[in-house]
Write a protein of this length. Structure first.
Length: 100
């Protein structure tokens, strides 16, 4: 009788440890997503600065620099949305905080 209770308690401890480990992994993924966003932000700013300088130094190219900048802004906005709202594409995950 005592052995069954110990086995059940050990199983509960294993489930609790697994849940803690999954929570840690999710927190690490979220932190890395935000870090990658800021890392890409530096590249985005330097790329836009390069295009603006090129437009200033070569005036005929000025109207055309806004095409890649506009496309980058769209992609970068999506990247930021995904980095700061990691479960937003999955309603179950967003509402419960659990992965599928």
């Amino acid at each position: 009788m005592d052995t069954d209770e110990d086995a059940a308690m050990a199983e509960e401890f294993r489930k609790l440890e697994q849940a803690r480990e999954e929570e840690k992994q999710r927190a690490v993924k979220e932190a890395l997503g935000k870090f990658n966003f800021f890392l890409h932000l530096t590249g985005f700013i330097s790329g836009c600065a390069y295009l603006v300088i090129m437009g200033i130094l070569f005036p005929p190219a000025l109207p055309f620099i806004f095409i890649p900048i506009g496309l980058w802004i769209i992609g970068f906005a999506y990247h930021g949305y995904r980095a700061f709202h990691p479960g937003s594409d999955n309603p179950t995950e967003a509402s419960t905080g659990a992965e599928p």
